[in-house]
Design a protein around this ligand. Sequence first.
Ligand code: B3K
Ligand code: ZN
Length: 859
Amino acid sequence: PQVIQRLDYRAPDWLVPDITLEFALSLDATRVRATLDVERNAEGETGAPLRLNGDGIAVAGLEVDGKALNDWRMDGNDLVIDLSGDKHRVVIETVINPTANTQLSGLYASGGMLCTQCEAEGFRRITFFPDRPDVLSRYRVRMIADKAKFPVLLSNGNPVASGDAHKNTHWAEWHDPWPKPSYLFALVAGDLVATRDTFTTRSGRKVDLAIWVRPGDETRTDHAMRSLIASMKWDEDVYGREYDLDLFNIVAVADFNAGAMENKGLNIFNTRYILADPETANDGDYDAVEGVVAHEYFHNWSGNRVTCRDWFQLSLKEGFTVLRDQQFSADRGSAPVKRIEDVRILRAAQFPEDSGPLAHPIRPDSYQEISNFYTATVYNKGAEVIRMMTVLAGAERFRKGTDLYFDRHDGQAATCEDFVKAIEDGAGLDLTQFRRWYQQAGTPHVAVTLTHAGETATLTLRQTVPATPGQPDKQPMVIPLRTALFDRATGANRGEHLLVLTGEEQTFTFDGFAELPVLSINRGFSAPVAIDNPSSDADLVFLAANDDDPFARYEAMQQLVVRHLVAAVGGQLDDAARSAGRAAIGKALAAVLADPALDDLMRGELVILPGETYIAEQLSPVDPGRIRAEREALKAWLGTTLASEWKALHDRTSAVPYGLEAAARGARKLKTQALVYLAPADPAEAVARASAQYAAADNMTDRQGALMVLCGLDGAEREAALADFHQRFADNALVIDKWFSLQAGSLHPRAIEHLKALAKHPDFTLTNPNRVRALYMAFAANTAAFHDPSGEGYRIIADLILALDPINGNVAARFVAPLGRWRKIEPARAALMRAELERIAAHSGLSRDVTEQVGKSLE
Ligand code: B3K
Ligand code: ZN
């Protein structure tokens, strides 16, 4: 396979300052006429021919400077044209079939409408073009289409003109004044309705806002619109960034590979990140809509005005934009809870990636298929790396850095190095060594020892960065750790310090301590590292109850449980140690339940047990079955020991009426958590309460929570609730997705059987990515079911990959990672996992996406 290397970057030989695209749209034969004004790039290779990328398209006509041209050649998928001068006009015709485009990349059909997805390399499936982000063009787009089937015609920028044409057709012309790379091109044609609002920017530009959806869905766009307006205001207030067109369109599409796409002035969204109302969207869905709407909007500056020079720089826009959307959401709701959620995602999705065969730096060095690099590492770790810059610089100086970055690189295709340099210059930081975060993969581990002598506490920190594929040896990283010491006798916080670990090992001393203090380290998760902290259980119980940093409080609680479960899974606990560990956890949990100073949203975070994948990260080799068993056993014990507390909590929270405010949301979170603990302890009680919660629910959070609990248990109530849910929401695809996920991800011992039946359900289809993910991602994350000792779970996922690959390789490749973790799993299962990877690899005609992921997983 061809491997693209970061260091092979060369400037483009030709630029395309202007392009006109004319589309004669239809579902199965769309004609595209592209007029490219090309000119030689002074930085390119002298005399080089014009090389235009294509993918699955053929030349249906070609003119240069007004004359038909036969003197062209294909080099693989590239169209190559020898041109004598420095400036030419090239006109290319192609014909494409959107309905046949099941990859959902390029121009495709979704439920009778037409839409595009061009990032990263979809534009070349529409027309021949230098499809690379450092070629920026002004786009003019003309569309002509059947007026009844496609009453709405949208593209980037501003509408210029429109009108009726021959025989039931109409046309529209759009112009985008901002030069952009081809991956930001978008077009939508369909029968859509808009929810409208306006936003006036701080300099007084009135912007028309529209969210376009299928007729009937317009009742569920309010939250997205509120989120958009809030994002526009926030980016002005916090980053000084103003919107730059008179119009901002969002379109929601049911068939979409990703979450959403930041096309200039025309964001295209997966419906799941736009549509929300209390009955059909849970609280998490509300947050996701707000976060993704903000994320795509923020890309207008971090991504569009300043774009990426090449795809190795993807984290330039994604890491930064994720940080920006995280900061926005933190400002909109509870900042500590948002931080905890973000860290939970990082640990569940990114840490395993960083410790597995697909590990890569946030700025990768090579790829076969760039679609495989839209990862938790590039996005979430990328955000953490920039967040560390904010920790080192402080908010004000960091803002000086970002101002300089936007100023310096506006209109350019920039690199991660450009970003770091701008922060360095603007914020006044030296990030020389810090740059290793862009180069080295792997989650650093920091081992901590705290000793005490005389009046002095001595903290020793030792870092190791694990070897990752292609990177056997690592250099020490810059690790900023917000740290506090608590007086053991009084419980007082003696002050927070920012300790910046730069060497392999460093020692810090603190005076004035009569006895060994209690250590609170990596507060707020100031660095994306794993801390190996030998604090006693008693210290963790103390921090879980008393730390004034909410994240640290959560962390102490997690660590207490992780430590216990890791020992239990490893068979290192005798009866006495098991009871002592449980007692400590029970005590901490009881304190959390009783603490009147905690709000329910935060309490809801503190009571959630660490996830199975995070526990698995601490173990090698892993027996996933034992993790499930020990975690459930602990839950059952806590459910029994604190039974009356859980019931009282369920009663109290059930009395809180629905609302979007934090208190009501907190109550809903705890309401289902109470059931989660009662379920293994007293299934009959849990079933009764969950059924009542389901029946009384006036919102999706309560209904879905109750159904989740019922799904893990046996009985007529389970079947009745599932049937009711399906019937009640039969016409709502996003809710039916939940119905699939809840069953595939359930704690029920026969989850595999359920999954097999669901795969044959008439509502299941391989052509809709949301539906595929709903069923199979939930299953792959259901550790006990996926890792069934028979190997059946592995076979199911491998079969899925093989069946899905010809339809949608991009989505198929996402399912390789769960199998790719075989090296960390106990030998019997590991062999079965590996065998499935080999079975996939033996197939011919696999997509580049799946080939790369499977190949790397077997290396
Ligand atoms: N930039 C898009 C990602 C597109 C995915 C391409 N495979 C969404 C986002 O990160 O905002
Ligand atoms: Zn993004």
